[in-house]
Design a protein around this ligand. Structure first.
Ligand code: NDP
Length: 450
C-alpha cells in the first residue's frame, strides 16, 4: 500500500486523462496518472498526430504532379517509406517527452503500469495499491475487428504506422474516419487501394452530397471503392491474402487494414469491483458531469462514447478538473462540434447536414458552390472544391457548413465560431471576402441552389 492518498487518480494518459490530471494538479490537487502503454494516448501515438503527418506526406505526392503546370521540372519523385515512418516515430517520441514534462511540471505523478480499481478509493498498479479520494477513468478505445475467420491476419490503425514495408496493394475495410483517411493517405504514398464498405456510400452521417463528391474524387485518384460489400474471411496466399467477399467471389491483396470502429479499453479495469455500469456497446456509462454509478468514480473521453474526438476529450478533462477542484460547475456544451476527415481532398463539417435538417423537419435553404480551385487552372488537376451552407429559412441562421477541398478543416474551424455565435446568412453576406481564396466563396453564395 502506498503512503500517499491522492485527490485524483487518473487511469489513462491520453488526451482527456492528461488534460484532467494536469489541470487538477494546477488547481493544487494531489494527482497521479497511471498509464500502461504510451503517454499521449491514441491521438499522439497511433492517431491524429502521426495520421496528419502521413496525410501531409501523401499531399506532397500530388503537389509534385500539380507543380509541373507551374513550370517546375524534376526527376520523377521517389517516395521512401522508412524515412517517413522513422521521422514520424522520432517526432512522436519527442511528443511523449513533452507529455511527461507537462504532467511533471504541473506536479502530477506518473505511474507506469496497468491500473485497475480494487475497491472504493483503491487502485492497484502492479504490486502497489494506491488510495485516492476520486478516480477518473480515461482509458480510451482500442480497434475493433469483427469476428470473421482469419481476422488475426488483418492489421489495424495500431500497426499501420509501423509497417516494415508498404505493399503494392492494400485493402481497407470500413467506411468511417480511419478507413477513408488511410485509403487517401496510402494511395497518396503510392499504394494501390481497394476500400470495402458494407453500405451504399461511406461516411454515414456526413452530408450526402459531400460523401458522393469525395467518392468521385477518390475514384478519380485511382482508389477502388467497393460499396455494398464486405469481407467474410481472410486467408494467407502466395502474395499476401485472399479475401472472401460477401457477395460471392474473392480477391487477392497484399495487406488488409480493418478500420471498423473502436471499442472502449475496459478490460482488466476492475469495473466488477465497482457499481460502474457499461452499456451494450461496452461504453462506460457516465452522466453529463462525468459521474459514473460509483460514487467518486468519473469517466470521460472515448471510453464513454459520444463524439470520439480528441478536442472533445480535452474539453471534458478541463471541465471535470474545473468542477472538482476549481468550483466551476458549468456543464460542457456539446452543440456544434466541428470535425474533419483528412481524406484527399479534406472533408470538414459543422452543424447539420442537408439530410439531417430535412429529417428534423427544418425548412431550409441550401447554398452550394462547386468549382475548380484557382491553383488547378494551371495544375490541370481535375479535383473540384465543394462548399455548402444550410440555412434555417425561418431564422436565417446558418445551421450547417460543409466543405470538401484543400484545407477544409482549417476553414470550417473558423466558420464554426461564427455558426456557434449564431451567424445568419445575412451576416455571411455582409462579410467581405479575402480575394482570391477558396473560403471567400462562403460569403459570396447569393442564390440558394434549392
Ligand atoms: P467509425 O465509427 O468512424 O467507422 C467505422 C466504420 O466501420 C463504419 O463505416 C461502419 O459501418 C464500419 N463497420 C462497423 N462494424 C463493421 C463490421 N462488422 N463489418 C464491416 N464494417 C463495419 O470508426 P473508425 O474506426 O474509422 O474511427 C474510430 C473513431 O475515431 C471515429 O468514430 C472518430 O470519432 C475517431 N477518429 C477521428 C478522426 C478525425 O477526427 N479526423 C480520425 C480518425 C478517427 P456503418 O457505417 O455501417 O456503421
Amino acid at each position: 500500500m502506498s503512503e500517499n492518498v491522492y485527490d485524483l487518480f487518473v487511469i489513462g494518459a491520453g488526451s482527456g486523462g492528461v488534460r484532467a490530471g494536469r489541470m487538477a494538479a494546477g488547481f493544487g490537487a494531489k494527482v497521479a496518472v497511471a498509464e500502461s502503454r504510451y503517454l499521449g494516448g491514441t491521438c499522439v501515438n497511433v492517431g491524429c498526430v502521426p495520421k496528419k503527418l502521413f496525410s501531409y506526406a501523401a499531399h506532397y505526392g500530388e503537389g509534385f504532379h500539380d507543380a509541373q503546370g507551374f513550370g517546375w521540372r524534376s526527376e520523377a519523385p521517389h517516395f521512401d517509406w522508412p524515412t517517413l515512418r522513422d521521422n514520424k516515430t522520432k517526432e512522436i517520441e519527442r511528443l511523449n517527452g513533452i507529455y511527461q514534462r507537462l504532467l511533471e511540471n504541473a506536479g502530477a505523478e506518473i505511474i507506469h503500469g496497468h491500473a485497475s480499481i480494487k475497491g472504493p478509493g483503491e487502485v492497484q498498479v502492479g504490486e502497489t495499491t494506491y488510495r485516492a479520494k476520486k478516480i477518473l477513468l480515461a482509458v480510451g478505445g482500442w480497434p475493433f475487428v469483427p469476428d470473421i475467420p482469419g481476422k488475426e491476419h488483418a492489421i489495424t490503425s495500431n500497426e499501420v504506422f509501423y509497417l516494415d514495408t508498404l505493399p503494392s496493394h492494400m485493402t481497407i475495410v470500413g467506411g468511417g474516419y480511419i478507413a477513408t483517411e488511410f485509403a487517401s493517405i496510402l494511395q497518396g504514398l503510392g499504394v494501390k487501394i481497394t476500400q470495402i464498405y458494407r453500405r451504399d456510400l461511406f461516411l454515414r452521417g456526413f452530408d450526402s452530397e459531400l460523401r458522393q463528391q469525395l467518392a468521385d474524387e477518390m475514384t478519380q485518384r485511382g482508389i477502388e471503392l467497393l460499396f455494398n460489400e464486405n469481407v467474410t474471411a481472410i486467408e494467407p496466399s502466395d502474395d499476401g491474402y485472399r479475401l472472401t467477399l460477401e457477395n460471392g467471389g474473392s480477391m487477392e491483396t497484399g495487406l488488409v487494414l480493418y478500420a471498423t470502429g473502436r471499442k472502449p479499453a475496459i478490460d482488466g479495469l476492475g469495473l466488477n469491483n465497482t457499481k460502474v455500469k457499461v452499456d451494450k456497446g461496452g461504453y462506460i456509462v457516465a452522466d453529463r458531469l462525468f459521474q459514473t454509478d460509483e460514487p467518486n468514480v468519473y469517466a470521460l473521453g472515448d471510453a464513454t462514447g459520444g463524439a470520439e474526438l480528441t478536442p472533445v476529450a480535452l474539453a471534458e478533462g478541463m471541465s471535470l478538473a474545473r468542477r472538482l477542484f476549481d468550483n466551476d460547475n458549468r456543464p460542457l456544451d456539446y452543440h456544434l462540434i466541428p470535425t474533419a476527415i483528412f481524406s484527399q481532398p479534406n472533408l470538414a463539417t459543422v452543424g447539420l447536414s442537408e439530410d439531417a435538417s430535412k429529417e428534423q423537419g427544418i425548412d431550409i435553404a441550401v447554398y452550394t458552390s462547386k468549382f475548380s480551385h484557382l491553383k488547378h487552372t494551371l495544375s490541370g488537376n481535375p479535383s473540384k472544391t465543394l462548399l455548402k451552407l444550410i440555412v434555417d429559412k425561418q431564422s436565417d441562421k446558418v445551421i450547417g457548413a460543409h466543405m470538401l477541398g484543400d484545407e477544409a478543416g482549417e476553414i470550417i474551424q473558423g466558420l464554426a465560431v461564427a455558426i456557434k455565435a449564431g451567424a445568419t446568412k445575412a451576416d455571411f453576406d455582409s462579410t467581405i471576402g479575402i480575394h482570391p481564396t477558396v473560403a471567400e466563396e462562403f460569403v459570396t453564395m447569393r442564390e440558394p441552389s434549392r
